[in-house]
Write a protein that binds this ligand. Sequence first.
Ligand SMILES: [Zn+2]
Length: 390
Amino acid sequence: MEAPMKAILREITIKDICEGFVYNEFEGKGLFGLNGKLVIQPEYQRNYIYADGKRDVAVIESVIKGYPLGLIYFNKTGEDTYEVLDGQQRITSLGRFMTNKLDIIDAEGRNQNISSLAADIRERIEQTKLLVYICEGTETQIREWFRTINIAGIPLNEQEMLNATYYGPFVTKAKAEFSNSNNPLVQKWSAYMAGNVKRQDYLHAALSWVSRGDVASYMSKHRQDTDINELQTYFNSVIDWVSATFKDVYKEMCGREWGRLYEEYHTKAYMPDRLAKRVEELMTDERVTDKKGIFEFVLGEEKDTRLLHIRVFEKSTIRSVYMHQTQAARKAGISNCPLCAIGKDANRTRIYKETEMDADHVTAWSHGGSTTIGNCQMLCTTHNRAKGNK
Ligand SMILES: [Zn+2]
C-alpha cells in the first residue's frame, strides 16, 4: 500500500508569496512566486479568469479590509518547491497588484497601486498572512483528496481554520468552554447566540467580542496563555448585561451583535420593565417588518427607525392616492403636493408626476399612524425628505 497523503497548514505572508512574481501579460497567466519556488499556474489549471477589474480588485480590497481570503492549497513537488492546487486566481491578483499591474480605486475615488498607497497600508498588505495547506502525496491521492474537500466534504469554516493555525493551550481551553455542547451554560447562551456550538460559532462570537472583531490577532497574542480569563469575563459581562437589560427572551435575540451593543450601551441606565413593555409592543406591531432590529432600536432610545424596516404602502394605495390628490389639485388650481400648495414660491401650482412624489404617513409611524390608505398622502420628494428627517 502506498504511503498516506500528508497535509500541513502554514501561514505565508503576501510579501513572501509574491516574491519574484512573474506575470505573462500575453497569455494572461501568473507564472511563478515564492522566490521561484512556486509554480502558480500548472498546465492543468484553468486560465486566470479574475482579470476583469472586479474579481481581481475584490481580492485586494478584501485584504485591505482584513477579510480572510480563504484557504489556499499547494502541492509539494520537491524538497522546497510547490505548485498551486487551489488559489491560483487569488495569488495572481495579489501578484499583479504587488507588481503594479493592477490598480484599485480607494474611498476617495482615486486610482491606487501598491506604490501609491500609504506606507502603513502597504506594510499591512505585505504582512497579511495567507493560510496555506501544503499537501504531499501522489498526484492521484491529492486529486482524490482535493475533490473530497471541495465537493463531498464540509470545508473548514473561518474559526476552524483559525483554531488549526493558532492551536495551543489557549485554543484548547477556549474550546472546552465555548465549543463544548456538554457545557451546561450553553443552554443559557443559546438564547442569544446563533449557529452551531460544535462548529465553533459561539467561540467565534466570544472571540470577536473581546477582540472587537480582530480574532486572528487576539488568538495569535494569547496563543500560549494557559488561561482564558479575559475571554470568559468579557463574554459573561456581555451575556449578563443582555439578560439583565431584556427581561423576556425572544428568538429574534439569537445572533445579534451583542458585543457591539454592549460596548455602545452598557454604561447607560435603562428601566428593564419599561424596556420589556416597549419590546413587546413592537414585537406585536405588524408594521415592524424586521423584529431583529427592535433591541438595538430601543437601546438607542427609538431614534433610528431604519432598524425596524417599517412596512411601506402598497403600490395600489400609492397609485390611488396620487390620482385622487392630483385630480383635486387640478380642480383647485394648486400643487398636488399639499406642502407646496401652501408655500409661496413657483411650486405653489406645480403638478408633480407620480415618480416625482413619495408616499408619506400623515400621522407618523412613531405616533401610531398606520400604513393604510387613510393615513397616506403623496408629497413631492423634497418635502417628503424634509419631513422624514424629523
Ligand atoms: Zn412639495
